[in-house]
Design a binder for this molecule. Structure first.
Ligand SMILES: NC(=O)c1ccc[n+]([C@@H]2O[C@H](COP(=O)([O-])OP(=O)(O)OC[C@H]3O[C@@H](n4cnc5c(N)ncnc54)[C@H](OP(=O)(O)O)[C@@H]3O)[C@@H](O)[C@H]2O)c1
Length: 302
């Protein structure tokens, strides 16, 4: 099968389209013909060597899969021919390829209204948002601030928080403020302003940006509030007593994907795909992702 692999860490030029043996599903796994693979910042971080793994080169790429089940090694779950989407476990990439094996517990039926490309945009980013809202125990009526509300994780965090009944503020650059309104943000904030945070203290901050944004987040929270950060661990220098701060690391979860799929099919959550590129353009897709300015998601089609 054709697969995007790399045999040393480096910039996008280390990515190669290679011929690899067909993966074989172990007990509890499905063999999926990949129709589309999502692109996430962790892909190029992994390629650059910033994410450790115990596997040897050549390494595969990507964690998000949408496709058709072609073989199963489990009596449970989807059958051959079913259309599914799911996420591989970190740090074991293998989605930018014609066939992938996923644990049956990591997949769900593809939302009916989504194309394969749209479905591949969902798993890692939406699960990150879902698990962040769970970790912060977001409930109806709470005030939630999402830093980076137009990005892959951010646009799901905004919509999933709204679906839980929260009031949502989110930051973006000026060109994305209209998009934030369209996905339901109550208070879009222009991140390029000198003082972007014209808001009352919030109950929860979801930080998809990190660095100085994480440092600034403490003062935006009410006492007892929760800061969830995603790009990096909490910088203890800035921690404020009385506020919970923690990093969430996403994990595959087929049941959560099933529930997210219901919200997508109901129209409560929409999936923004900035662009779909062919598998052969994986390097270009990662270069674009690395700019940090993608609205929604980038996807590779097969
Ligand atoms: N811990 C985990 O398990 C986990 C899981 C998923 C992602 N992550 C990490 O979380 C980060 C975000 O992931 P992602 O997939 O959402 O990335 P992404 O889709 O590449 O995010 C791009 C978005 O970030 C926005 N942005 C960039 N700088 C910003 C700033 N200073 N303030 C506000 N918005 C800003 C951009 O919006 P504008 O152009 O409008 O500014 C753009 O829409 C990455 O570092 C990723 O590695 C961690």
């Amino acid at each position: 099968m054709r697969a995007v692999t790399f045999s040393r860490h480096g910039d996008e030029s280390v990515l190669e389209l290679t011929e690899q043996p067909m993966p074989v599903p172990a007990e509890g796994q499905l063999l999926i013909q990949v129709r589309a693979a999502g692109v996430n910042p962790v892909d190029w971080k992994f390629r650059e060597g910033a994410v450790g793994t115990d596997r040897r080169f050549p390494l595969g790429m990507g964690w998000d899969v949408a496709g058709t089940v072609v073989a199963t090694a489990t009596p449970d779950g989807p059958a051959v021919g079913d259309e599914v989407y799911g996420m591989l476990p970190l740090p074991y990439a293998g989605a930018y390829q014609e066939f992938a094996v996923l644990s049956v517990s990591a997949v769900a039926t593809k939302p009916v209204d989504l194309s394969f490309a749209q479905a591949a945009a969902v798993p890692l980013a939406a699960l990150t948002a879902w698990q962040s809202l769970d970790a912060a125990r977001v409930t109806a009526g709470q005030r939630v601030l999402v830093h980076g509300g137009a990005g892959g994780v951010g646009h799901f965090a905004v919509q999933l928080a709204k679906a839980r009944g929260a009031r949502v503020a989110a930051t973006a650059s000026p060109r994305n403020l209209g998009f934030l309104r369209r996905i339901g943000v109550d208070k879009p904030l222009d991140r390029t302003e000198d003082h972007p945070y014209a808001i009352e203290p919030v109950d929860v901050v979801i930080d998809t940006v990190g660095g100085r944004t994480q440092q600034e987040s403490w003062r935006l929270l009410r006492p007892g509030g929760v800061l969830i950060t995603l790009p990096e661990p909490i910088d203890e220098t800035y921690r404020v007593p009385g506020i919970t701060g923690r990093r969430v690391i996403v994990a595959p979860d087929g049941e959560a994907l099933r529930r997210i799929g219901e919200l997508i099919d109901s129209g409560a959550v929409r999936v923004e795909v900035q662009d779909v590129l062919p598998l052969e353009k994986a390097a270009e897709a990662q270069l674009i992702s690395r700019t940090g300015s993608v609205r929604g998601k980038l996807v590779l089609s097969l």
